[in-house]
Write a protein that binds this ligand. Structure first.
Ligand SMILES: [Zn+2]
Length: 61
């Protein structure tokens, strides 16, 4: 018996899942189940008012 496991893309449950962005409805790869907004909209920070995470891109002086 030769049970060989080839290293594929599926490594546990950390597989990237394609989800639809709640903001722009664009399918994107979410790293975890809690991610429902594409990185594009995330950086825009216009999908959710109240979570100023990446406010370095558009800084108003
Ligand atoms: Zn989006």
């Amino acid at each position: 018996m030769s049970y060989e496991k080839t290293p594929t893309a599926e490594e546990g449950d950390v597989t990237l899942k394609v989800r639809k962005c709640l903001s722009c409805q664009t399918p994107f790869q979410s790293a975890w189940s809690g991610e429902r907004v594409c990185p594009k909209c995330k950086t825009s920070s216009s999908w959710r008012a109240g979570t100023p995470r990446n406010s370095t891109a558009s800084r108003r002086s």
